[in-house]
Write a protein that binds this ligand. Structure first.
Ligand SMILES: NC(=O)c1ccc[n+]([C@@H]2O[C@H](COP(=O)([O-])OP(=O)(O)OC[C@H]3O[C@@H](n4cnc5c(N)ncnc54)[C@H](O)[C@@H]3O)[C@@H](O)[C@H]2O)c1
Length: 335
């Protein structure tokens, strides 16, 4: 389907579920962006979930979002259970504003929901020549190192910075071996998941996506990944007033209350320490790494974000293809 047509459909679905024009515009925009960077697990496939939660008022379609100024650099947002896209969009814009004024902007957000890809927010800061760190927690998926029980989310860590070329450096990675969305898609389509990414509920390695969802996902790099997941839970949840320690609700399966996801954004002027030398230094840094001798089969060393940018460029004028299941979801949501 053409991207503009799909965006209009998604926007209208949000409007029919009670979102304001601007909130429907923001949310539909992010959903289509996810499709364009090839992250379909965070695209239209999640629309039914968002709508189910709005119908049950677990996502508040008309939130009264409060922004508390703590200092010129620091703001705290209570998103009042807004859809995560809107809460995070307001949050990153505030962090950018604070950073432009003072050199650094710190924004904590509580009472939010699933906000899609962290890179969406990082890109906004980088476009303004700022550097950025984004954290969000997510529902239980990973067992803390040494435990049998899942508790941490796939808790992505995202860092973005301008490169002085048109492709920004955006490292945006889950701390699980693969992100949960990919396992959900595999479960829906009956596909196997890769080896060594999940255990079933008995603690046995599994490639069965459904069993993986019932069991635990494995963190990247053992106790190091578990530690990173924990760090993100503290920054996004403990710090902000959001849910933490396994209490972020699974948006697909747990309708017992709002998710109360927390997000933390730190935005900095890239040139605070080295002034105008920043551009020269980052260019030199990337050039040096790209020129390194390559392993067999590697044509080019990419920096994080290049692959997503290339996918986006490739997809921007193509139709977005949707599975039968998702087309059915769309039809049911329109009716
Ligand atoms: N909101 C949530 O609760 C939530 C939870 C988990 C993940 N997510 C999102 O899911 C998305 C996908 O996460 P993921 O872990 O599957 O990402 P991924 O594994 O696709 O990529 C991770 C990072 O590695 C980089 N990369 C990929 N291939 C590379 C290569 N060949 N050379 C150099 N760098 C390369 C990518 O640019 C990216 O920055 C992220 O955008 C994340 O924010 C969201």
């Amino acid at each position: 389907m053409k991207k503009n047509r799909l965006k209009k459909i998604v926007k209208n679905i949000f409007l029919n579920h009670g979102l304001s024009k601007s909130h429907a515009e923001i949310s539909s925009n992010y959903i289509i962006q996810a499709e364009l960077v090839g992250a379909s697990s965070h695209g239209v496939s999640r629309l039914k979930m968002y709508c189910d939660r709005i119908k049950k008022r677990l996502i508040n379609p008309k939130p009264k979002i409060k922004i508390k100024k703590i200092s010129q650099s620091i703001s705290h947002i209570d998103a009042n259970n807004a859809i995560g896209f809107v809460a995070a969009d307001i949050g990153i814009k505030k962090a950018i504003y604070n950073a432009k004024k003072t050199g650094i902007g710190l924004v904590g957000i509580k009472n939010s929901g699933h906000y899609g890809l962290s890179s969406f927010y990082a890109e906004q800061a980088v476009k303004k020549k700022l550097s950025v760190l984004c954290f969000t927690n997510a529902p239980p998926a990973i067992a803390p190192y040494g435990s049998k029980k899942k508790l941490f989310g796939t808790n992505p860590i995202c860092f973005g910075t301008p490169t002085s070329s048109k492709i920004p450096f955006i490292l945006d990675t889950s701390v699980s071996m693969i992100n949960r969305g990919k396992i959900r898609v595999a479960a829906k389509q009956g596909n196997l998941i890769p080896e060594n990414v999940a255990l079933d509920k008995f603690g046995k390695p599994t490639r069965d996506a459904k069993k993986a969802l019932e069991g635990v996902q494995l963190p990247i790099a053992g106790f190091r990944g578990s530690g990173l997941a924990w760090m993100v839970d503290i920054l996004s949840g403990v710090f902000t007033g959001g849910n933490h320690a396994g209490r972020v609700k699974d948006p697909f399966d747990d309708f017992s209350g709002p998710q109360n996801v927390g997000h933390l954004f730190i935005v900095m002027k890239s040139n605070i320490f080295v002034g105008n030398n920043y551009n020269k230094r980052i260019k030199e840094n990337i050039k040096k790494i790209k020129k390194l001798p390559k392993t067999q089969g590697t044509k080019e060393i990419f920096y994080p974000g290049e692959n997503k940018y290339n996918k986006y460029k490739n997809n921007i004028n193509k139709n977005i293809s949707l599975t039968k299941n998702i087309m059915n979801d769309l039809k049911n949501l329109i009716d």
